[in-house]
Design a protein around this ligand. Structure first.
Ligand code: FE2
Length: 318
């Protein structure tokens, strides 16, 4: 049983110093899906984003549909960005991120099969929730909860065939292997998703705030239709999103109150969770090691396979 993967401990969902470490280890070194290029319809169209307390703006620069640049709001300098052949715009939030190909070495063949520009942009919404960013990603990365949490969703996408394929820095979820462009769910490490189902497409970002127990959810919706058909789709997918939202707030309460501390992950049904949590663990531990190398007196312990949060010092309080 030694090979079963353990979850990250509850303390990792409740600690500010741990979040600051995640910010340096994970967020500043990652790539983010900003959306399909159709989000930037006209020349001069600008969209603002905020990821891990870094504000950025993506702007359509010319008549050329793919001429989109991403800027740091604070300094005005350009961030590295990348547009895939099928029209998805990705960007970084710091110069510490590797190249796109290094971060996503095997993404292109997979997303090359779906045209992400055929559905026009319709709507965006954002709001905060009382949960850690990982609480939401945990739920996204498995479908064990789907049958009882999402009764309406499970009718169309029964969990029978539900499979998660993990790649370097992204996961592909397939609801029905016979429908290549319906029931396609993509997770981009650490906090972006792209969801093609219910006749439309949505993308959401799970944006951590400085408070480990508060996360801002940002959703963008795409659909061929603009009227009643869109509203019907919107209602269906919002229902699923609100069911997840409630589940996350309850799960976070259990994490904060010590009701749930740590456990093992299902080796078949929770590989998506194990995959991304292990990536967080690995990056955070490596970052902590690098940062404490020069300060051997800053003692820390690794209990089982994780870093003990109580040994981290809050930079704000020191
Ligand atoms: Fe869910």
């Amino acid at each position: 049983m030694a090979s079963l993967t353990r979850t990250l401990p509850a303390s990792w969902y409740c600690s500010s110093p741990l979040y600051q470490l995640e910010r340096r280890a994970v967020f500043l070194k990652a790539w983010y899906l900003l959306g399909p290029i159709t989000r930037f319809h006209s020349v001069g169209d600008k969209v603002g984003y905020e990821v891990a307390q870094i504000s950025l703006t993506a702007c359509r620069m010319s008549e050329e549909l793919r001429d989109i640049k991403v800027f740091d709001e604070k300094t005005g300098s350009e961030f590295k960005s990348y547009i895939t052949e099928t029209g998805l715009l990705f960007a970084t939030i710091s110069d510490q991120a590797p190249s796109f190909d290094e971060f996503f070495p095997d993404l292109k063949p997979l997303i090359g099969t779906v045209d992400f520009t055929k559905l026009p942009y319709r709507r965006s919404i954002k709001y905060e929730g009382k949960f850690n960013w990982k609480t939401m990603v945990d739920g996204y990365q498995e479908c064990l909860h789907c049958q009882y949490t999402h009764p309406s969703f499970s009718v169309f996408y029964p969990p029978t065939f539900y499979t998660v394929y993990n790649h370097k820095n992204f996961s592909q979820h397939v609801a029905d292997p016979n429908k290549a462009d319906d029931g396609l769910f993509l997770y981009f490490f650490p906090n972006c998703t792209l969801n093609v189902y219910g006749g439309g497409m949505s993308s959401f970002r799970v944006c951590p705030t400085e408070k480990p127990g508060i996360t801002r959810m940002e959703f963008d919706y795409y659909h061929l239709e603009s009227g009643e058909k869109f509203e019907e789709y919107f209602k269906f997918v919002r229902q699923v999103a609100m069911e997840d939202y409630e589940l996350c707030e309850k799960a976070q309460e259990n994490l904060e109150k010590g009701i749930y501390a740590e456990g093992i992950l299902n080796p078949v049904k929770e590989t998506g969770v194990a995959f991304y949590q292990q990536r967080v663990l690995e990056l955070v531990c490596a970052q902590h090691e690098t940062e404490t190398e020069s300060k051997p007196s800053a003692a820390y312990e690794r209990s089982s396979n994780t870093l003990t949060v109580s040994h981290l010092v809050d930079p704000a309080s020191s």
